[in-house]
Ligand binder design. Sequence first.
Ligand code: 13P
Length: 251
Amino acid sequence: MQRKFIVGNWKMNGALTKNEALLKEVANGVAQMSGVDCAVCVPFPYLAQTQSLLHDTPIKWGAQNVHQANKGAYTGEVGVSMLRDFGCDYVIVGHSERRSLYGESSQLVAEKFAAVQKAELSPILCVGETLEQREAGTTEAVVTEQLAEVIKLRGIQSFRTAVIAYEPVWAIGTGKTASPEQAQEVHAFIRKRIAGFDEEFGQALCILYGGSVNASNAAELFAMPDINGGLIGGASLVAEDFLAICNAGQK
Ligand code: 13P
């Protein structure tokens, strides 16, 4: 069985002094754990600080977004080679907040996914349905559409070097976690959609669950066969909570 992967998504949170305390405490805690992999995705301005505090720890780091072009006249944007300069290993693409608040289409997300892979970083591709879509019974169709653009642009084999995060929109920041069974059902669907009957590919594919994961529900989510870890929002801002979730990933 693959090791669990726990990724913190700080979203637009942080401050230099607070980050330092948080990263040091998380790094110290994770150094005591041997059975789990961890990463944090921080706002762009804190990448340098994160790199300097985490470079000799087992924790990896990344960004939460990137522009699809590498450089050029795109005022206010950040290209993937800049993320490489700061030692990032991961870039979140297609988070539901970017899709809904900034109108990112699945096609644009696929272009960002491609840019990240071309720079030899790993995309963490977020997919997931809204409550309305779940209630209409279209969860699988929505997730299929979100995956389809990436498959069209990059091919199914591109998922060998990517992470997928299933984040039901209705569970993000709401305290309403998907039940382990609800999450498992979608994770199994995604694994089958991507890896089909290629057993080795299927076993290696990393599918994280995100949406109100906390210290008390992490263990039961991670116990599901197709959940390979978590993408953690709010709880990644509190060292004790994030460490408890990482610890749950060791079991
Ligand atoms: P919360 O853990 O705060 O619900 O956020 C989940 C998320 O969006 C992680 O990317």
